[in-house]
Write a protein that binds this ligand. Structure first.
Ligand SMILES: *[C@@H]1O[C@H](CO)[C@@H](O)[C@H](O)[C@H]1NC(C)=O
Ligand SMILES: *[C@@H]1O[C@H](CO)[C@@H](O)[C@H](O)[C@H]1NC(C)=O
Ligand SMILES: *[C@@H]1O[C@H](CO)[C@@H](O)[C@H](O)[C@H]1NC(C)=O
Ligand SMILES: *[C@@H]1O[C@H](CO)[C@@H](O)[C@H](O)[C@H]1NC(C)=O
Ligand SMILES: *[C@@H]1O[C@H](CO)[C@@H](O)[C@H](O)[C@H]1NC(C)=O
Ligand SMILES: *[C@@H]1O[C@H](CO)[C@@H](O)[C@H](O)[C@H]1NC(C)=O
Ligand SMILES: *[C@@H]1O[C@H](CO)[C@@H](O)[C@H](O)[C@H]1NC(C)=O
Ligand SMILES: *[C@@H]1O[C@H](CO)[C@@H](O)[C@H](O)[C@H]1NC(C)=O
Ligand SMILES: *[C@@H]1O[C@H](CO)[C@@H](O)[C@H](O)[C@H]1NC(C)=O
Ligand SMILES: *[C@@H]1O[C@H](CO)[C@@H](O)[C@H](O)[C@H]1NC(C)=O
Ligand SMILES: *[C@@H]1O[C@H](CO)[C@@H](O)[C@H](O)[C@H]1NC(C)=O
Length: 329
């Protein structure tokens, strides 16, 4: 595993003023979520060498700041557990955040103590308290990471694939968690993936890009970046059963990259790597145009150090990236 470090960068930008109260410890395998288009929360993660954290950080994007010293805030009370490799999303009313799966520990890092392990935790932003929802039905994301959750405007959370830490097995399941009544629905799909990106489009399609499809790590374990999966959340099935083939510039397969949906139905992807040794992939930055058919890749120029297992969001016209390097995906 590489030594973590923290980078922060904006694309397509002009830059602002400074104020820096708090410099967070570098971390990776955190999970992040943008709330109400203003606060970017970073939950948990790994400081390196499996030192996990329960910290909750956020950045208020509604005020200008200097990208070289972003004004991070830290919630006084962290979570009552530590976690990495989890996924998260914000409730439809923006009042709470769900943390799902990954590797969860109690504060002493005794792994898998059932008293400290839940599939899903909910964090109330209004009251800064954590609860364990009482869920109808059973699903199991214990030690399952590498997922990217998507929540739609009816409060359905879509959780596809992922990798189980212990077995290395890559899941082909789509689990749908209804936050309206805290219940599960699971569907077996034809394709397994982990370490992909997931992007919800207008109209209810989720676009899955990249990642890994087999348990062993080698170059052929990574998905061809031209094989775009589209899950239709209306019919709860893949569009066209298998992948849709994109064309354009060659984008090397990868996991642990990030994706943001820019205006005009274009998805920007950034970073990622191949294991072992977190081998860098080319290009760093690319754009998938969904307005044309077939979808088309274009390589974009980039000057940032390559990151994997980081977090990224789109805010206004800025792609904001925070995070680090790791050999997982
Ligand atoms: C929640 O945040 C989204 C932006 O992410 C916004 O469109 C929506 O209006 C917000 N809802 C509430 C109830 O604040
Ligand atoms: C979301 O932001 C809007 C203004 O941008 C605000 O009116 C609204 O109260 C916020 N919602 C929540 C849940 O904080
Ligand atoms: C959270 O706070 C917002 C406004 O700050 C309020 O509209 C909303 O009802 C609160 N939600 C809960 C679950 O308490
Ligand atoms: C879950 O159910 C238990 C027992 O019925 C109850 O004590 C607890 O408050 C419930 N938790 C939530 C978050 O509703
Ligand atoms: C994954 O599983 C291995 C073997 O069971 C264990 O040693 C390791 O700590 C686990 N990794 C994480 C991040 O939990
Ligand atoms: C939860 O809500 C969904 C959607 O409304 C519904 O299909 C499902 O049957 C409900 N599950 C339970 C246990 O009530
Ligand atoms: C999904 O696959 C699992 C095993 O991988 C199996 O136990 C389960 O019955 C399947 N579910 C359906 C609905 O086919
Ligand atoms: C979902 O994606 C497919 C393939 O690109 C497209 O034909 C379809 O119109 C999309 N559905 C919606 C509701 O946008
Ligand atoms: C990569 O791993 C697969 C098994 O998942 C194996 O079939 C294949 O031969 C391996 N390729 C190389 C180049 O080692
Ligand atoms: C649907 O899948 C088939 C078989 O993989 C492929 O030949 C066809 O081009 C795909 N259609 C679209 C619209 O991508
Ligand atoms: C990237 O930079 C090269 C050389 O600076 C330039 O020729 C090329 O057009 C640029 N590509 C894009 C997509 O901007």
């Amino acid at each position: 595993m590489n030594i973590p470090s923290l980078f922060f960068a904006l694309y397509f930008i002009s830059i602002f003023l400074v104020s820096c109260q708090f410099i967070p410890t570098p971390r990776y395998l955190q999970t992040s979520v943008l709330v109400n288009n203003s606060k970017w929360y970073i939950f948990g993660g790994d400081f390196g060498n499996s030192i996990y954290t329960n910290e909750i950080l956020y950045l208020d994007l509604s005020n200008s700041f200097d990208v070289n010293s972003p004004p991070w805030h830290k919630d006084q009370i962290g979570s009552s557990f530590k976690y990495s490799f989890s996924t998260s999303c914000v409730s439809v009313d923006n009042s709470s955040i769900f943390i799902i799966g990954g590797n969860m520990y109690d504060l002493d890092q005794r792994q898998e103590d059932p008293n400290y392990y839940s599939i899903i935790y909910e964090y109330s932003l209004n009251y800064s308290i954590w609860t364990t929802p009482n869920i109808t039905g059973i699903d199991n994301f214990k030690e399952c990471g590498g997922l990217k959750s998507i929540i739609d405007n009816t409060g359905r959370i879509f959780l596809y694939g992922g990798v189980r830490n212990i077995s290395g097995e890559i899941s082909n399941k789509m689990s749908i968690f209804y936050t309206s009544n805290m219940s599960w629905l699971s569907i077996n799909l034809t394709t397994s993936r982990t370490g992909y990106t997931a992007t919800l489009l207008k109209g209810g399609n989720i676009t899955y890009i990249g990642g890994r499809s087999v348990a062993t790590y080698n170059d052929s374990s990574y998905v061809n970046m031209n094989e775009i999966l589209i899950f239709d959340t209306n019919s709860l099935s893949w569009y066209n059963v298998t992948a849709i083939t994109a064309i354009g510039d060659y984008i090397e397969g990868r996991a642990g990259h990030s994706a943001v949906l820019a205006r005009d139905s274009k998805i920007l992807i950034y970073g990622g790597a191949k294991t072992p040794k977190a081998r860098a992939v080319k290009p760093d930055l690319a754009m998938l145009d969904l307005n044309v058919y077939p979808f088309k890749w274009t390589i974009l120029n980039n000057s940032l150090t390559l990151l994997t297992s980081h977090s990224a969001i789109l805010y206004d016209d800025f792609m904001i990236i925070v995070g680090d390097d790791a050999e997982i995906g």
